[in-house]
Design a binder for this molecule. Structure first.
Ligand code: SAM
Length: 449
């Protein structure tokens, strides 16, 4: 679920957001075993492909909270909770960057939590705990949190779970804390929801993998059966269908085959939050517009109405917004006059490549097992197999010459496969490795010696 907003335009094949659903299931840890289990949890059958989401990082939420005058705890000694954390892929880099913070991830899927536990141990994090539990009967024993993250959950669960998630946020949130809650937004999600409902009509109720196969066949039929797109609605539908052809099984299943998928107008979401005792503070999702375009729209809606929610909702109409990541606080949260963020001193980026380059244990783990690394800005930076091999060896013991020798060995043994003949690649290795190191340095991933 990285960056779920897209620029509204009538072009095919553009990248798009991700998400969820919910159906009750049992789990191996016994926290949520239920009598009404009739089938395995879809997330156990086809696990979610979670990614770090920059907007959820407490550094980002801290700035938003401070701008609103909330005396929130600084991230470096905060208590951070994520509900629906999947494999905790988002929480691992947060916990690694904030060793003084207490971080807790909750998810109902036993399979995902089992892998998250394994990964936490592999990276050696002691401040991140993951727990397998259903939010419907989650008991946090009175523990309070400064930051609560709920990403990709609200729009994909039954109303009762949605309401419970919001009331849980209110219960566990510290007086000056903030909750990040993302959801599919109207009006942009309308076409997607039409496709979701159509697929639900055309797909049976079998195991998850069978439903995905049926959905792919249904999508192909829909595209073929649709008349040539001559009206704008048909263009939008065609674009939605075309994009889905390239999506993974996990995405198709958890975004489009969810029984309870629902998008919200901002005013609806704000009303639900208010029922739980929470107030809307701001939104941190990207909107797919550049700053100038965004400013033009903001000025137009500001000239039309002074009500902040009406303004934001009108903006959503003009921007054809399909995803929101709203920040909430207690309706009666304390406010202070000083709105400056408390600066956090980061590990300084190195000015040049050290003699024996080193990245964090987490970066090495991510490169080796996930095909990406999380940047200091908490963004997901994909790495190809070549760069992954370089990163996996950056433990501060090897010079660039050692890296060249190690990758030569990888190529000759077949551990690293190359498209071109080895005779052509080997002479280029020092340059390629130096280029990869320079990119890692520029992204702030190389640690000071
Ligand atoms: C689409 S995934 C989102 C994962 C992650 N937050 C992200 O966006 O990358 C939704 C997650 O919510 C979890 N979930 C759904 N209903 C839940 C419930 N009632 N209690 C706990 N977790 C739940 C699912 O198991 C799944 O891992």
């Amino acid at each position: 679920m990285c960056g779920r907003e897209r620029t509204p335009r009538y072009a095919k094949g553009r990248a798009r957001p991700q998400s969820v659903r919910a159906r009750r299931g049992g789990d191996a840890f016994g926290d949520t075993l239920r009598d009404d289990v009739t089938r395995p949890d879809d997330y156990d059958e086809v696990p979610y492909e979670d990614r770090p989401v920059a907007e959820t990082h407490p550094d980002r939420l801290h700035r938003v909270a401070r701008a609103a005058g909330l005396p929130i705890a600084p991230p470096e000694r905060a208590r951070i909770l994520e509900l629906g954390c999947a494999h905790a892929v988002n929480l691992l880099p947060i916990a690694a960057a904030l060793p003084g913070a207490r971080v807790l991830g909750i998810d109902r899927s036993a399979r995902q939590i089992e892998r998250a536990r394994h990964d936490v141990a592999a990276v050696g994090l002691t401040n991140l705990e993951v727990r397998c539990a259903d939010v419907m009967d989650l008991d946090l024993g009175g523990e309070r949190f400064d930051y609560v993250i709920v990403h990709g959950v609200l729009s994909w669960v039954p109303d009762a779970v949605r309401d419970r998630v919001l009331s849980l946020c209110a219960t566990v949130l510290d007086a000056a804390g903030v909750a990040y809650v993302s959801y599919n937004a109207m009006p942009g999600w309308a076409v997607g929801d039409g496709v979701r409902r159509t697929l639900r009509e055309l797909v049976g109720d079998g195991p998850a993998t069978e439903r995905v196969a049926e959905a792919r066949a249904a999508l192909a039929w829909l595209r073929g059966a649709s008349p040539d797109p001559e009206v704008v609605e048909a263009v939008l539908l065609d674009q939605e269908l075309a994009e889905l052809e390239h999506r993974t099984d996990a995405y198709l299943l958890h975004e489009y085959l969810v029984p309870d998928g629902r998008a919200y107008w901002l005013r609806e979401f704000v009303a639900l939050a208010e029922q739980a005792g929470l107030a809307y503070v701001d939104d941190v999702a990207r909107v797919g517009l550049d700053d100038a375009e965004r400013q033009v729209l903001e000025d137009r809606v500001a000239a039309r109405t002074s009500d902040p929610i009406a303004r934001a909702q009108l903006f959503d109409v003009l921007a054809h917004r399909r995803f929101r990541a709203s920040v909430l606080a207690h309706a009666d949260a304390p406010r202070v006059a000083d709105r400056r963020p408390h600066g956090r001193s980061r590990v300084p980026a190195v000015a040049s490549i050290p003699a024996r380059p080193c990245v964090s244990v987490l970066a090495r783990f991510e490169a080796e097992h996930r095909g990406f690394v999380t940047t200091p800005e908490h963004a997901c930076a994909p790495v190809d197999p070549f760069v992954a091999c370089v990163v996996a060896r950056l433990d501060g013991t090897r010079t660039e010459g050692d890296l060249v020798a190690a990758l030569t060995d990888d190529l000759r043994s077949g551990r690293l496969r190359a498209d071109a003949p080895l005779a052509a690649i080997e002479p280029a290795l020092p340059r390629l490795i130096h280029g990869a190191l320079e990119r890692l340095r520029a992204e702030g991933l190389l640690l000071p010696p």
